[in-house]
Structures are given as C-alpha cells and as structure tokens.
Design a protein around this ligand. Structure first.
Ligand code: ZN
Length: 232
C-alpha cells in the first residue's frame, strides 16, 4: 500500500497576496497539515506560482521545506516553464512509481492561454508511456479538467479536446483514475468507466467552499484507490 498526497494551484506570488488571499500563509498551513499525514510522494498539479517568477518559485521551495517525501511537479497555465525548471528541475516528471502503481503526467498547458489543449505529440507520448508502463496500475495527471465541472466553473477554460484524451485512456483499463487541478474545486466524476478526481486549491476555491484543502490517496496493491479531501 502506498500513500500519495496531491496539492494544486498554490498561486504563490512575489508578495503574500494573490487573488485577495495570503497564498503563502495558506500553503504554509497546508504543508504543516501534510507533515502529519503518512505520505510516500507529494504531487503538485500546476499553477504553483501566480505570475511565474523565479522569486515566487524560490519562496515556494522554502515553504515546501518540511516535506520529507519526494516531490513531483507539473506545470500549469500560470507557471513559466523556464523559471519553474530553473528552481524545480529535479521535481518535474513524466512518470514515477509508487509500489505497483505508476503516475504518468501529460502536459495540457498552452502558451498565454487559460484553457488547455493536448497536442498530437503529447497524446502520442502519453499513449507510449501507458503502453510501456510495467506497473500494474496507473494514474494519469494533468493540469486541466477533462469533464464538465457541473458548477459555476467556466468549462470553456478546461481542456479543449477531452475526446482526444479519452480515445487514449479507454485503451488502458489499468488506469484507476485521472487527476487534475485548475478549477479550484474538489469533485469526483466518472466517464467511460474512468474515475476522474478534481483537487482543490491550497490558495482559494472558485466555488462557495471557503476552506483550502488537499487530496490524500491510498493506493492499494490490489488496485483499489481510496482518497479523502482534507480541509483546513
Ligand atoms: Zn490553472
């Protein structure tokens, strides 16, 4: 059995305030809570920074200091890919293993656009990684939502071509869930028999949820996936 923590959309800026909240303090509080939870890896699913500056990534790195486990990062629309890799080069990932599970990322970010898109090349690479994965079970993670959120979220800001993604996903029944952030909302969906999980923001939610939170997944050796959203 392995434990995975997912946080998302930290929106760390050069100063403490982002989107009207103290995103530095909020993430600090989340990290303090995570330090008390059993975890083998921490996954951060994009929008680590609000404006993508090197300084904001350095502040983030400092806030993450208490984390003992490995940290795996993918980029969001608010991130600057170059600056992110300057500070977090070792943490950017295509895939990583947790026991009999493997987590595979796919990059949905478009330059200067809020919505996401999976290029033909990104889809081919995802397909290849899933085909070559020796793990018994897979999780797929990207930044953008792949289903309508059924909330006040503007779905036109989500992934623009989810159909192309599902064409790949349905070929691999060992995918136990798809994880994303971006919508700043905790939710779960199912489509084509695939479990789909939206991770809340550590800064603020876009729905009427006033708390901040993170997802804690338990990955069982028989393929069962349990999780809970922990709120502060
Ligand atoms: Zn985003």
């Amino acid at each position: 059995m392995n434990h995975l923590i997912q946080i998302s959309d930290c929106h760390i800026g050069d100063s403490e305030l982002s989107m009207g909240v103290n995103s530095h303090q909020n993430l600090t509080n989340i990290i303090k809570q995570i330090s008390t939870v059993k975890s083998d890896a921490l996954l951060i699913s994009g929008d680590l920074a609000h404006n993508g500056t090197v300084k904001s990534y350095e502040i983030l790195k400092h806030i993450l200091t208490p984390i003992q486990s490995d940290i795996f990062i993918l980029s969001g629309n608010h991130d600057d890919a170059n600056n992110l890799s300057t500070v977090f080069n070792k943490n950017l990932f295509n895939q990583f293993s947790l026991g009999v599970w493997e987590v595979i990322s796919v990059d949905s970010v478009q330059v200067d656009k809020t919505s996401g898109y999976l290029t033909r090349q990104a889809l081919i690479e995802l397909d290849k990684r899933l085909k070559n994965s020796n793990a018994k079970y897979n999780l797929v993670v990207l930044h953008h939502p792949i289903v309508p959120m059924n909330s006040n979220w503007d779905d036109s800001l989500s992934l623009e071509n989810p159909k192309d993604l599902f064409e790949v996903l349905v070929k691999y029944p060992k995918i136990q869930a798809v994880l994303f952030g971006h919508a700043h909302e905790a939710a779960e969906f199912s489509q084509d028999n695939i479990r789909i999980i939206s991770c809340p923001s550590t800064a603020l939610q876009f729905n009427n949820e006033s708390r901040i939170g993170f997802n804690h997944y338990t990955l069982h050796d028989n393929g069962q996936l349990d999780y809970d959203t922990q709120w502060l």
